[in-house]
Design a binder for this molecule. Structure first.
Ligand SMILES: Cc1cc2nc3c(=O)[nH]c(=O)nc-3n(C[C@H](O)[C@H](O)[C@H](O)COP(=O)(O)OP(=O)(O)OC[C@H]3O[C@@H](n4cnc5c(N)ncnc54)[C@H](O)[C@@H]3O)c2cc1C
Length: 396
């Protein structure tokens, strides 16, 4: 199929299925309000066009996939480009066992299941290979016991992507397994935590004798670290690509135009230092877009690209710089808050929410370690417990 034929087919699909000017309210933790439309996108082969035909795709090149995404973006329609952005579906498609894969991937691609990430624990965040939540085999199931924390979206989730320990007698990276854990069961107690932005998306999750079928394991027993690396690469790629904007959405122009407008209103548009700062944030954004395109081309070849860490780190820097600049332009006004002061509310929300990107999905410091070791080839950080059987690793 030529590019022109593909564009024409995509436009015809959108004209028949998506009302002009309609807005999609977007995905939250896997679940999507437009799941019926997403089903049609999937049936038409536009959801994951670079995947093979026998796996919900059309075997197209990454460049042709991009053409479809561009048409969907122009129409404001959701559901295209999930071969690059849907971390849940990509992880399951790459590693789930055949029957579970056939069941779960279409549900994930049509936004019909709520999801969360059960990775961090009170004693294991940056050092995720140190998790102590355990899975013990019992017939056709595993029984899970432990505690997770900072779990975004856990309250409404149908499944959690869980990293836990199945073997305590091998070194820490080798004894891990990865599951799709059903969340709606008696052994799972979810308790909300309030964030600095006053929202309560994240939670503590206490797991006591919860059960998960062995068929829900991704990869093999002990293969969990490898599966986790795929999932983290997709998460970082999403976080490096985009971030939440201002919460109120009422404060006039968005993005780079918003900074110029704020500077004009503050009478500082002619200030050379302010102009330089606006140019710096804008340049970071453009560079980051280019870098992410490079990393995604790498991922399309099946590599879990360490360049993703660069994109996520850059996005963290962009968000902190933009928030600081907005605060500076508002001056004392930035101390106001509430619906009567949308500009100040936006600046404050962006300042606080920037930490989502600089901590969630692995901190800035961890991204720097990955770039140092895996992109620049610098010597690895010493890790004294790396080769010890996990049972002998000291905790606390
Ligand atoms: C908004 C948000 C949403 C989140 N959502 C989820 C979620 O859905 N699921 C989930 O499982 N987790 C989630 N997290 C948790 C997040 O992944 C962890 O907070 C993060 O990985 C850091 O772990 P930690 O908090 O245990 O900090 P620690 O690992 O204790 O780190 C503390 C400090 O030490 C630094 N540090 C640690 N090790 C090193 C090192 N080797 N080299 C240099 N510096 C180091 C860190 O950079 C950090 O500054 C979320 C976090 C945030 C902020």
């Amino acid at each position: 199929m030529t590019d022109d034929e593909l564009i024409a087919e995509t436009r015809a699909f959108l004209a028949a299925n998506w009302a002009p000017g309609r807005k999609s309210s977007g995905e939250a933790y896997g679940r999507h309000p437009d799941s019926d439309f997403l089903q049609r996108v999937l049936d038409a082969g536009f959801a994951v066009p670079t995947w093979p035909r026998e796996s919900w795709g059309r075997g197209l090149s990454a460049a042709q996939g991009k053409l479809i995404e561009r048409e969907f973006a122009a129409a404001g329609a959701p559901g295209a480009g999930q071969d690059r952005s849907n971390l849940w579906a990509n992880t399951a498609a790459a590693h789930a066992q055949p029957d579970f894969r056939s069941h779960i991937v279409p549900l994930l691609l049509t936004g019909r299941v709520g999801m969360c990430l059960l990775y961090s624990e009170p004693g294991a965040g940056s050092d995720l290979a140190g998790v102590r939540t355990r899975a013990d085999r019992d017939g056709d199931d595993y029984v899970i016991n432990g505690q997770k924390v900072w779990t975004s979206g856990a309250a409404d989730a149908d499944y959690g992507m869980l990293i836990c320990r199945t073997d305590w007698d091998v070194p820490k990276h080798k004894g891990l397994s990865f599951f799709f854990l059903p969340m709606q069961q008696p052994g799972i107690d979810v308790r909300p935590l309030r964030q600095i932005t006053d929202e309560a998306h994240f939670n503590e999750v206490f797991i006591t004798d919860a059960r998960v079928p062995a068929a829900n394991m991704l990869g093999k027993p002990g293969d969990g670290w490898r599966v986790l690396m795929t999932a983290l690469a997709y998460e970082r790629s999403v976080m490096g690509d985009a971030a939440r904007g201002p919460r109120s959405g009422k404060a006039g122009p968005k993005g780079d135009a918003a900074l110029v407008e704020l500077a004009r209103e503050a009478g500082m548009l002619e200030d050379p230092v302010v102009r330089q700062e606006i140019a710096r944030v804008t340049a970071y954004k453009i560079l980051n877009r280019l870098n992410n395109a490079r990393a995604k081309a790498d991922m399309a070849q099946g590599n879990s690209s360490p360049i993703m860490s660069l994109g996520k780190l850059a996005m963290s820097r962009i968000l902190h710089s933009e928030a600081a600049l907005r605060t500076r332009l508002l001056g004392p006004q930035s101390m106001l808050e509430g619906p009567q002061h949308p500009c100040a509310e936006d600046a404050n929300f962006l300042t606080l929410n920037a930490y989502f990107t600089s901590i969630g999905g692995g901190t800035d410091q961890i991204q720097r370690n990955i770039i140092g070791e895996r992109v620049l080839g610098l010597p690895k950080e010493p890790e004294l417990d790396r080769e010890l059987p996990f049972r002998e690793v000291k905790a606390g």
